[in-house]
Design a protein around this ligand. Structure first.
Ligand SMILES: Nc1ncnc2c1ncn2[C@@H]1O[C@H](COP(=O)(O)OP(=O)(O)OP(=O)(O)O)[C@@H](O)[C@H]1O
Ligand SMILES: [Mg+2]
Length: 359
């Protein structure tokens, strides 16, 4: 006799298995079937679940222990982490000889998130540690061997200033990323003039561009509809992409910026505007393109931190772009050819997003 109807049992999204005193499966729900392939009531559970830690725990509970719990990892076919909890039923065995329940949870994503968070902290510490180490080194030199050397002092102070700027920028970018992430589930609702936003960014970056002999060609379709956007964030997206085009686009080259209406944002049925920013620099290898938006990813560490940008780079720019574009329910497309250049195209919706959307 089933403890509860199978139909109801199957609706429980967590894998639940009921066993008798001989470790035989009395009942299992659909989630258990999917997770561990349990499909034959009456069979010894060990035929499906071979992990020693679960079986040990189960044997202890069948012998009278009130409960057992733990975690285990299944290495094949793809590594999966599971948590289990076994409980002896009060007054077991019951009429139907049920003795214990086993609840299994797939905790792979939680584990992965935990690992990512640990990696992230390690990366942040490393990124902050390098400029800090440089600062400490120069302070020590200035206090000791170089204390009377006026020429060295001014040179070292310049470097120290640059390194502290770099730390400040890293912290600003991290905060910016966190702020975007916090609001990522709330799409913006203001109508924003994209052409004006692009022109503001170009104006702000003009000194940086002309120092590298770079000129802009802006081609804007007439009557471009307004985008539904957060104007500060849109500015941030364009600033990051145009700054990259200046940094990695090669000296004395042009940057082409094309603004158009897009009938459909890729991957959706919604209309929008597209903003394509093309440089004529070294380009990016195809296999690296999917990694560009990872935090701290740089194609070439030396290239990114040298350049004419004295503050170097944090490797967070495109991660910020990705999250902002995702908050806008837009799309970011990257096309690049080694030796020819890259085009980063941002699509932003022109219509309001429905308020009740799944997040
Ligand atoms: N237009 C481009 N051409 C070639 N490589 C690029 C281009 N844009 C980005 N990259 C590569 O992608 C990496 C990541 O870019 P991202 O903007 O995220 O970081 P960054 O520019 O290194 O640092 P930050 O933007 O924080 O100053 C860069 O370091 C660079 O190697
Ligand atoms: Mg950048």
């Amino acid at each position: 006799m089933a403890l509860i109807s199978q139909e109801v049992f199957d609706r429980i999204p967590t894998a639940v298995i009921v066993v008798d005193d001989k470790r035989r499966i009395l009942q299992a729900n659909k989630a258990a079937l999917e997770l561990v392939g349990i499909n034959a009531p009456g069979r010894d559970l060990a035929l499906n679940l071979r992990h020693p830690s679960v079986l040990d725990g189960l044997d202890r509970v069948l012998k009278g222990a009130p409960e057992a719990e733990g975690e285990y990892t299944l290495p094949v076919p793809v590594s999966r982490s599971m948590s289990y909890r076994i409980e002896r039923l009060p007054n077991a065995p019951l009429d139907d000889s049920a003795v214990a329940t086993l609840v299994l949870n797939d905790i792979t994503s939680a584990k992965k998130a935990e690992e990512m968070r640990a990696d992230f902290v390690a990366n942040v510490s490393h990124e902050l540690r390098s400029p800090l180490t440089a600062l400490i080194g120069f302070i020590e030199t200035l206090r000791g061997p170089a204390s009377d050397d006026i020429e060295a002092r001014s040179r070292f102070l310049d470097i120290m200033y640059r390194e502290s700027q770099r730390m400040a920028r890293l912290i600003d970018d991290l905060l910016s990323l966190t702020r975007v992430e916090i609001n990522e589930h709330v799409p913006p609702r203001h109508a924003v003039d994209v052409t004006r936003s692009i022109n503001n960014v170009i104006e702000a970056l003009e000194p940086q561009a002309s120092a590298r002999g770079i000129t802009f060609n802006v081609d804007c379709a007439p009557d471009l509809p307004k985008a539904i956007a957060d104007s500060d964030q849109l500015h941030q997206v364009f600033r990051n992409l145009i700054e990259n085009a200046i940094k990695y686009g090669g000296k004395d080259n042009a940057i082409d910026i094309k603004l158009q209406s897009a009938e459909r944002i890729p991957g959706t049925a919604r209309p929008g505007v597209s903003i394509a920013i093309s440089d004529h620099g070294q380009g990016i290898a195809k296999e690296l393109i999917p990694r560009l938006t990872e935090r701290f990813f740089r194609v070439d560490e030396a290239r990114s931190s040298a350049g004419d940008n004295s503050i170097g780079s944090t490797g967070l720019g495109l991660a910020i772009v990705k999250h902002i574009v995702s908050r806008h329910r837009g799309h970011l497309a990257v096309a690049s050819t080694i030796g020819k250049g890259s085009t980063f195209t941002v699509y932003i919706p022109t219509g309001l997003q429905p308020r009740t959307e799944r997040i």
